[in-house]
Write a protein that binds this ligand. Sequence first.
Ligand code: NIG
Ligand code: FE
Length: 413
Amino acid sequence: MALLVKNIGTIVGIDRNCRERVCGAEMDCMERLDNAWLIADNGIIKGFGPMSVCPDSEGYEVIDAASGMLLPSYCDSHTHIVYAGSREQEFLDKIHGLSYEQIAQRGGGILNSADRLHATSEDELFRQAMVRIDEIIAMGTGAVEIKSGYGLTTEDELKMLRVIRRISDSSPLTVKATFLGAHAVPKEFKGREDEYVDKVCNEMIPAVAAENLAEAVDVFCDRGFFTVEQTRRIVSRGAEFGLKAKIHANELDFSGGVQLGVEMGALSVDHLESSGLAEIEVLKGSKTMATLLPGAAFFLGMNYPPARDMIASGLAVALASDYNPGSSPSGNMRFVTSLASIRMKMTPTEALWASTLNGAAAMGISERYGSITEGKVANFFITKPMPSFEFFTYAYNTPLIERIVLNGREVKR
Ligand code: NIG
Ligand code: FE
């Protein structure tokens, strides 16, 4: 049955032109419609308009928005949601003064998660991940990218990717899978990093492609992890199998990952805490999305990326949660937008485009997701009545999400 949402206080995030992304100064402009209705049929937005000409309710399932606002669901383009257990011991280590890199060097960090994942069955991994999936759905996310990268052996990477596929099959979220075999060098390859890269290229990528388990390939291109040359090899090999690139770049240092990502036509370069004029210059005129993860900068106490300079240079900027056990144990995209406003001086409007349409573009799905547009998938949520749209970002911890619709169906919680 088709769905009619009526008495909407304001529809936010309307994009009538179905843009692929929103860039520069345009990021601070957003069409809204007050006192409105919206119809979804067969999972697709069929139309919307003012209540003065609301269609008759007969034959529709009706949601009364009771003057709440309707926002497009978040498109979280960078997460590591499939992991085993948690790492609050490292949280304590950080409190006592160790850095993220020092923890990694002591065998903590990603390698710690890899050990835990190895010892956890596929079913249990799926069960743990689904708890996080339900959590992010309740917080307004409608599409999510999930990376492997806590396996670091062919078998365990495939195990992670199969769990991601299962999530995709069994939740109303739209899920994009990314192979991140080059997330860290496993212990047994210490001092033989290039041999691990050989294994990623010659064994893992073909195995992932044979089961069609990922759409993209990612590499942690940063100080102490993988070099630009190693990243280039992996990205090129992925391209042979039709995998698009998404690169972890410039989190810990000026790694050269941004330049490489643009050169290789990556969908996105992500993190960018260490970015200056050279990185912004190279991103200008490219289609590679600058994806910022302020939740990681917040959790690790790092500098925030220069979002204002990026937007002033005309770049498109996306925001994502980086939900993972080490550097961002939260998938709360609304908090990410508040952090973007508070710490990177992005306006709530810029932050909403960055976390919806531009996030969708960073996953290659903005044709169908990321805005309120006729013909796009009906993914949105309805808030309690609010004095303004900005209130949602400002009152960052007040529970405001009332109802959630994914694929044109209300998600019962
Ligand atoms: O995006 N930077 C690399 N990977 C993750 C952290 C993963 C972890 O610590 O488990 C990130 O921050
Ligand atoms: Fe990450």
